[in-house]
Design a protein around this ligand. Structure first.
Ligand SMILES: Cc1cc2nc3c(=O)[nH]c(=O)nc-3n(C[C@H](O)[C@H](O)[C@H](O)COP(=O)(O)OP(=O)(O)OC[C@H]3O[C@@H](n4cnc5c(N)ncnc54)[C@H](O)[C@@H]3O)c2cc1C
Length: 527
């Protein structure tokens, strides 16, 4: 079997679908090839337990760019964001709890329970993050200059960026610290209450193989506060129908624009003729040809699995092999017969304690100790739990009266010192359940079913190298000019007409759609 297209997109993650839509909107003939039975990659809804629509991997949204929602009319295809008010709930063993959200008065009241000084500082801390965002957000939709061959255009972009940093004036130092430093010293300087600091610090380690005292984690924290929901900055939401509500809307938009999408179509080789990408070969031998090819896969898969080493410059391949995929994230999806009844905030009817992210993490030292285990190849004895219950605002994803919980857990190192994840999975999940049960004693008996997604499963099911949820770590040496590797941050590769359109490219992982949009723009230049 063979076919001819203007562009082939390898992988139907949300980014691949975004690239496909923008190309098709410009009237190119596009084919998307996806290895799984379903599109969406790590942004997907699956009926894991009968009647329960589970967001198997990604579980909350705020980063997805509103420009893309508008351009592709995703609301018309069923995409809707459901706000979470408040956005977080942290119960503590001393009988207190902390709720935070977009409401300044609520934040002041809640933080005052722990420190009136912190309550005063919190809006100033948020202003500081907004100042940094004012410089960084415009870069999300920009193609980073090629640091090795910047040309006049690249030099101009760098100059403009330097100018916008200059515009921060006396705030430049704090911005540089956020972009390069560790989260913990920043939080320690701003606040005194461990309860507040621990709640904020969890954002700094999401998906990272790092503790809040590791340099680079302040950016990870910042990355997680950069988005918006329905025009409200920093507000995270559930997607109606689960995260697949977004990718199904993208797939419908793509089909209406004429994109051909094939599932269960695993690409095994990128065809290269005279140094140029010419098409792909599937695992079953089918061949498809195109003028341009874009890969939604991480660089290890693209350049070490789908392309012969002889086709690539040795120094480029060496840089690709240097990319860090360390990870320690595990997810448990749980079907529940009733909502958790928290000792510090009782009730099994939906309440504010159920709507946002439930942080189980008493203080920053707890995170450090949890990471120490991971550093030495052990699952954390006392892991950090981030629980969300999307059914608290979306009854369409569960049978009547039932609920769904997503537990995102750190640290569960991909590289174990002893045994495999098959040896550890049930015991580790039991430990997580015991911890949550200490805060909500009805939790364990309310469990109907559970799905444990270990780092090994993330690699096997979603093809995420090393279980890394971002297609490569989001620490400074792998961001902006250097993502995925220096000299190739402009979505191009050493192979002519082969582009990178997924999270491996700037601005990185998370359900943003930006790498996909930026790559489409580059692919269309001079075409
Ligand atoms: C457990 C988990 C929780 C997360 N939570 C959040 C969250 O709450 N919010 C958030 O914003 N982000 C979250 N993330 C991160 C976010 O989901 C990812 O960074 C993002 O979805 C990646 O999108 P992508 O399109 O770049 O790549 P992917 O989603 O990885 O898509 C790549 C696609 O390529 C396909 N593929 C792979 N190999 C082949 C091949 N050889 N041939 C054809 N197809 C192939 C894959 O099956 C996949 O569909 C989470 C990720 C994980 C894993």
């Amino acid at each position: 079997m063979a076919g001819r297209y203007d562009a082939i997109i390898i992988g139907a993650g949300h980014n691949g679908l975004v690239t496909a839509c923008y190309l098709a909107k410009a009237r190119y003939k596009v084919l998307v090839l996806e290895r799984r039975y379903i599109v969406g990659g790590a942004c997907v809804t699956e009926e894991t337990f009968p009647g329960f629509k589970v967001s198997t991997a990604a579980y909350v949204n705020s980063l997805f760019r509103p420009e893309i929602v508008r351009d592709l009319r995703l609301a018309d295809y069923g995409f809707a964001s459901l706000e979470r008010i408040p956005s977080s709930f942290s119960p503590f063993q001393d009988g207190r709890y902390l709720m935070l959200g977009a409401d300044g008065d609520l934040n002041r009241r809640e933080i005052s329970k722990f420190s009136s000084k912190d309550a005063e500082n919190y809006p100033k801390y948020e202003e500081m993050l907004s100042r940094v965002a004012s410089v960084i957000e415009p870069t999300l939709l920009m193609t980073p200059p090629n640091i090795l061959r910047p040309g006049i255009g690249g030099m101009w972009k760098m100059l403009q960026l330097a100018r916008s940093f200059q515009g921060l004036g006396s705030h430049l130092g704090e911005a540089i610290e956020v972009l390069t430093g560790a989260a913990r010293p920043i939080l320690d300087r701003w606040f005194e209450s461990e309860q507040l600091k621990a709640t904020l610090a969890t954002d700094a380690v999401i998906g990272a193989f790092a503790s809040p005292s590791t340099p680079g984690t302040a950016y990870v924290l910042f990355h997680h506060v950069m988005g918006e929901t329905n025009g409200k900055k920093g507000v995270w939401s559930y997607v109606k129908g689960g995260m697949g509500g977004l990718t199904q809307a993208l797939a419908k938009a793509a089909k209406d624009l004429g994109v051909e999408i094939r599932t269960e179509a695993e690409v095994s080789k990128i065809l290269i003729r005279d140094g140029q990408a010419a098409g792909v070969v599937l695992k079953n031998g089918d061949e498809f040809h195109a003028k341009k090819v874009a890969t939604n896969l991480d660089p290890h898969l693209t350049f070490e699995k789908l392309i012969e080493p002889k086709e690539l410059p040795a120094d480029f391949l060496a840089n690709i092999k240097r990319i860090n995929y360390d990870s320690a994230s595990l997810k448990i999806n749980v079907a529940l017969s009733e909502l958790p009844n928290f000792t510090v905030c009782p009730g099994t009817d939906v309440g504010p304690q159920h709507r946002g992210t439930i942080h189980i993490c008493p203080d920053q030292d707890y995170i450090e100790r949890a990471f120490d285990d991971a550093k030495y190849g052990r699952p954390s004895a006392n892991p950090i739990l981030e629980c969300t219950i999307p059914s608290s605002v979306d009854s369409s994803i569960v049978p009547p009266g039932k609920h769904l919980m997503s537990m995102f857990i750190q640290y569960a190192p991909y590289k174990l010192k002893e045994g495999t994840w098959d040896d550890h999975r049930e015991k580790f999940a039991d430990r997580c359940f015991d911890i949550l049960n200490e805060y909500a004693p009805n939790f364990k008996k309310s469990v109907i079913a559970r799905q444990i997604v270990t780092p090994a499963d993330l690699e096997k099911t979603f093809n995420l190298t090393g279980g890394n949820i971002f297609h490569g770590s989001m620490l400074l040496n792998q961001l902006f000019l250097f993502r995925p590797v220096p000299g190739y941050a402009d979505y191009r590769t050493p192979i002519k007409n082969l582009y990178i359109c997924g999270s491996a490219a700037h601005p990185g992982g998370g359900v943003m759609g930006t790498p996909g949009l930026n790559a489409a723009r580059e692919m269309m230049k001079r075409w």
